[in-house]
Design a binder for this molecule. Structure first.
Ligand SMILES: [Zn+2]
Length: 654
């Protein structure tokens, strides 16, 4: 029984009866009314822009794989058809969710540029070249990209004639902009037809390595942030702020044939001149924006979208640079402001009109600059991580320009991220330098409060008063002290409900509501993420793969192991010597140890199979796909010291 309970605990779905979510409280209704009154919700420019040039749509917004698996379905989101926000959704987020929900094929510049939107979290852009098509950012999954391309072909090509794809542009290194490439061109076709694949410098390294080492924890946090473990609904997932949600198909990869340098520069692609500006180190480590003079069209990639973006995403990533971000936007403004008649991005809808584009860029620049400068203004006067945001009013541009509001990133966590960029995780107060871990301090807080009942009563009183942040802080202590305390879990879930309902950021809402669902045992744990295709897995550099393996080494159990394990990968002509000892293993890429404990011969292709879970090591050894020479037992006992991490670890309970 204990074993089973532990397994259930690990699964994050505790044996608590699924219970309903709360209705919006009076305090929440008041907060929603207050923001609705404050914002210019009657400004209909975005509503007009999101519908402009619509040509066609996929019926019901349903995309399925050949074998019937659904990767996208907008039918459960019909509740968004209502113009007025329910009291369980922040009215500003509701507005954004309704805009993001619009799906179809759209003409951006008649006869020149089209976008397919609303079939993934991201947007695919198709540009007419002299002889064929230039495709920008083919979505996250192959299935979503294929369906989007079909919609384009059935509509535009059916009318004006079939043309070849001449080039694919990956605007940056995040997978929601390249993962679907296999859905529009196969690697064989790309090779045979000499399709140019153009990306910013550093693309390959960042695209294939960014999520490999820390992928386990990032993946778990992403499920909370994107709301994948929530059902859609007025009390559930409505939007991510950046787009509706992630498609759930297959993520692939294609190696660029050419990259732009950090100097940017000009390229003629299928007879069309493109001007590039490097934006690496803003929203992504590898990124560019570009302008097409002949079409007066600016692609702002993910540097300028219709949200204040993340300086640090809640799923976890290395912190970004708000100062550089604002400077790159200003460089765009100086280069192309007044010239560009349309600005389009890798998410959301375009903005038309030279004046509108200029003010979009200026306001976005000012929003990131505000994040940066307010953080340092306050930090240099003594404010610390958890004080900054409460001491800072909204940026002036946020009152009038919806594109700068915190639908995805927020002023609050972007300031914390900027603090982290300069000062790290510590606030400078020695009490916080080495505090007790939450599971040790929580029972002491409970005792100090006079027992669980008193702490619960204080938490409930805070709930009653609408003081949800305080309620969450108190009740979280009780849940960490007594994870099986049903009343504490229910009360904490209630606090998360209201915090989620009030949040303007889709990411905050999802995270709070996923926390509540998890506390109630309502989390949809099966709704996990995407499959990775061979093209993606095989692009992960071998050196990164062995670094990732080292992060799985169980140092507590394996501290006595010493040795050297030589890996030989015949098909990729690579070798890695892994030196083991002192509780660490150190992979030396490209090195051959003259006297290894054991030599393991395995094709990189077989390693990929194992990584994708399509092959198991014991079977591979038995079949001879892996050959072990030398001390076989030493290798096997070392290799057994890499237990897989349970990807469903707990987040809101210990
Ligand atoms: Zn993106």
């Amino acid at each position: 029984m204990m074993r089973r309970l532990t397994a259930l605990l690990l699964a994050g779905s505790l044996p608590f009866a699924a219970t309903a979510q709360d209705a919006a409280s009076d305090a929440t209704r008041t907060a929603q009314a207050e923001i609705a009154k404050r914002l210019p919700l009657s400004d209909a420019r975005d509503e007009a822009n999101v519908m402009r040039g619509k040509l066609a749509e996929i019926p019901g917004g349903v995309i399925q794989t050949a074998d019937g698996k659904t990767v996208w379905d907008r039918r459960p989101y019909e509740f968004l058809n209502r113009a007025e926000a329910p009291d369980t959704v922040n009215p500003s987020l509701w507005r954004q969710a309704r805009l993001d929900a619009v799906h179809g094929l759209f003409e951006v510049a008649p006869g020149k540029i089209w976008q397919v939107r609303g079939y993934d979290i991201s947007v695919m852009t198709i540009i007419r070249g002299k002889t064929g098509w230039i495709v920008v950012d083919p979505l996250l999954s192959e299935e979503a990209a294929a369906a989007s391309w079909k919609l384009f072909a059935d509509t535009v090509e059916a009318k004006s004639g079939k043309r070849p794809i001449k080039a694919v542009i990956f605007s940056h290194s995040h997978s929601d902009h390249f993962g679907g490439v296999g859905g529009i061109v196969t690697p064989e076709q790309a090779k045979a037809e000499k399709i140019r694949v153009i990306a910013p410098h550093g693309f390959s390294e960042e695209a294939t390595s960014e999520n490999v080492l820390a992928g386990g924890a990032m993946g778990r946090r992403a499920l909370y942030m994107f709301g994948a473990i929530l059902p859609p609904g007025e009390r559930g997932q409505v939007d991510t702020g950046l787009g509706p949600k992630l498609s759930s198909g297959t993520i692939g990869y294609m190696e660029p044939t050419e990259t732009l340098s950090d100097k940017g520069g000009e390229l003629t692609i299928d007879g069309l001149v493109f001007e590039f500006l490097d934006a690496g180190g803003t929203e992504a480590p590898s990124e560019f924006v570009f302008y097409i003079p002949a079409y007066k069209a600016l692609h702002t990639t993910e540097v300028v979208t219709h949200t204040l973006h993340n300086v640090l995403t809640l799923r976890g990533a290395q912190v970004r640079d708000a100062l550089r971000w604002s400077k790159v936007i200003d460089a765009m403004l100086l280069k192309w402001g007044g010239k560009a008649e349309v600005a389009m991005a890798s998410h959301h809808w375009p903005t038309w009109g030279a004046g509108e584009v200029t003010s979009l860029l200026a306001n976005q620049r000012d929003a990131y600059r505000y994040v940066h400068d307010r953080t340092l203004f306050l930090a240099n006067r003594g404010a610390t991580l958890h004080e900054l945001a409460d001491q800072t009013a909204e940026a002036p541009v946020q009152a009038g320009d919806f594109s700068t509001r915190g639908y995805y990133g927020t002023l609050n966590h972007d300031m914390k991220a900027t603090y982290q960029r300069y000062f790290g995780w510590w606030d400078g107060n020695p009490a916080n330098f080495n505090p007790l871990p939450p599971e040790q301090s929580a029972p002491k807080y409970v005792a100090l409060a006079g027992g669980a009942d008193k702490l619960l009563a204080a938490g409930r009183a805070a709930l009653e008063a609408g003081d949800y942040r305080w309620a969450a802080e108190l009740l979280n202590k009780l849940v960490f002290a007594q994870p099986d305390n049903k009343e504490a879990r229910a009360a904490l879930a209630s606090a998360y409900d209201q915090l989620g309902y009030q949040a303007e950021s889709g990411a905050w809402r999802n995270y709070y509501l996923a926390g509540a669902a998890s506390l109630r045992g309502n989390a949809v744990e099966a709704a996990t993420s995407n499959g990775q295709s061979r093209s993606f897995v095989s692009a992960i550099p071998t050196a990164v793969f062995f670094d990732a393996l080292a992060t799985r080494f169980d140092a507590a159990k394996g501290s006595a192991i010493r040795g050297s394990f030589q890996f030989v990968l015949p098909d990729s002509r690579e070798s890695v010597a892994v030196v083991v000892g002192g509780g660490v293993e150190f992979p030396r890429y490209g090195i051959t140890d003259p006297a290894p404990t054991a030599t393991v011969t395995i094709d990189r292709r077989i390693l990929d199979e194992a990584m994708m879970g399509r092959a198991q090591f014991p079977a591979l050894i038995q079949s001879g796909a892996i050959r072990i020479d030398g001390d076989r037992m030493a290798f096997l006992s070392w290799f057994a010291m890499h237990p897989p991490a349970d990807p469903r670890f707990n987040v809101v309970v210990p």
